[in-house]
Write a protein that binds this ligand. Structure first.
Ligand SMILES: [Fe+2]
Length: 386
């Protein structure tokens, strides 16, 4: 429950165009924003033919297009720098990102660098970007990150190694073109990992200490849609109805969390990405049931609602059992879509836990977790999940 005395603000400034075939409107959406876009993507998107669809949709509407397709999972500062160099060499005036969170985050940070100068580290943290950037238009090809509507980007500093955040209202993309057709070719592991990332966004936003009633509405509906459609999207792949609702859920969950932040799952998953290159969604999916179990005593009001949204018959159950049903529903969903049960299954080593805990404690997400969290709690949670 949120305190009635709190004042909250809610902004969803990204212009969203959503639906099967939405990519057909890309040219008319980009043209007023810029005539020399840099398209940022990754090798998988290029190989799947999606990049070509984007170029075909853009071509007639703009004067010149450059492409950068070298974005890797957990993208690095060096990748951002290389993309920014190509933007400058091509005399770009806007960015188009096509891909998952990695491609979108790279494009969003490139927009900061080419507008305001300096390097990625100059903008590390929240609120360091001094003003608006060149326009960014995002086309998500996964249903998870929601980066197409958020004020956050995550870039890996391989030197430390650490996943840093560049967060600012000026990083929110100008427009999002969400076409579920672009998500149809996702392989099963990616469908599972990104879908569980979106579920984590919904749940962490719904239960954290700075949520608000509008954010909770988006978050709960996202949770409901994921509970209903993730298994189908995973099991049958090219199921447009399931893909449509998963993409809707991921965008809604991100609209919910972009101003409210998340919780311990995201605080803990970023170091796993930085130190062991674990995909973001997989790390979240493994951690989520353990963190939910630990947070349960702070979720006696919120967990039953989550359980109900996930289809659990919680009516009439004693409060603790109703809350526990939410944890069990999440554990079962993760298992059904092939998520491993433990961090050791992902190549994580136990001796890294102290360093992982130190890094997790640097995240602002710990501060909004519903249950007060100290470093030893994070160590305990990593041990449990190990
Ligand atoms: Fe996430």
């Amino acid at each position: 429950m949120y305190p009635l005395t709190d004042t909250f603000t809610f902004q969803a400034p990204t212009n969203i165009t959503f639906g099967p075939g939405a990519i057909g409107q890309l040219g008319q959406i980009v043209a007023p924003l810029g005539q020399r876009p840099l398209v940022v993507s990754d090798p998988g998107i290029a190989a799947a033919g999606i990049l070509q669809q984007v170029l075909d949709a853009l071509g007639p509407a703009v004067a010149h297009v450059e492409t950068f397709t070298e974005v890797e999972p957990n993208p690095s500062i060096e990748t951002v720098d290389r993309a920014a160099a190509i933007y400058r060499r091509g005399d770009g005036d806007c960015l188009v990102a096509v891909g998952g969170g990695s491609a979108m985050d790279v494009a969003k940070v490139v927009a900061v660098l080419v507008t305001h100068g300096g390097g990625v580290l100059d903008y590390e943290g929240i609120g360091k970007v001094p003003g608006p950037t060149v326009p960014v238009v995002c086309l998500p090809t996964t249903a998870g990150t929601g980066s197409e509507v958020t004020q956050f980007t995550v870039i890996t500093d391989r030197g430390r190694p650490f996943k840093l955040t560049v967060g600012s209202p000026y990083v929110v993309p100008t427009a999002a073109v969400c076409d579920p057709h672009l998500t149809l070719s996702m392989p099963q592991p990616l469908t599972a990992a990104t879908g569980m990332d979106a579920l984590t966004h919904g749940i962490e936003c719904y239960i954290n200490t700075v949520t608000n009633p509008l954010a909770k509405t988006y978050a709960l509906e996202a949770i409901r849609l994921i509970g209903r459609y993730l298994r189908t999207a995973y099991a049958t792949g090219k199921h447009l109805e399931a893909r449509y609702h998963m993409l809707l859920a991921s965008t809604m969950a991100a609209m919910a969390f972009t101003r409210t932040r998340l919780g311990n799952v995201h605080a803990m998953s970023h170091p796993l990405g930085a130190r062991f290159d674990v995909p973001h969604g997989v790390a979240n999916a493994v951690l989520l049931p353990y963190v939910m179990e630990w947070n349960l005593i702070a979720g006696m009001e919120t967990y039953p609602q989550i359980g109900e949204a996930l289809g659990e018959p919680v009516m009439g159950l004693p409060p603790r059992e109703a809350a526990a049903a939410a944890v069990e529903a999440v554990r079962q969903l993760a298992a059904d879509v092939g998520i491993p049960e433990r961090l050791r299954d992902l190549g994580v080593t136990r001796d890294a836990i102290p360093a992982l805990a130190d890094d997790a404690m640097k995240s602002g997400n710990v501060l909004v977790n519903p249950r007060l969290t100290r470093r030893e709690d994070i160590v305990h949670l990593f041990e449990r999940a190990f």
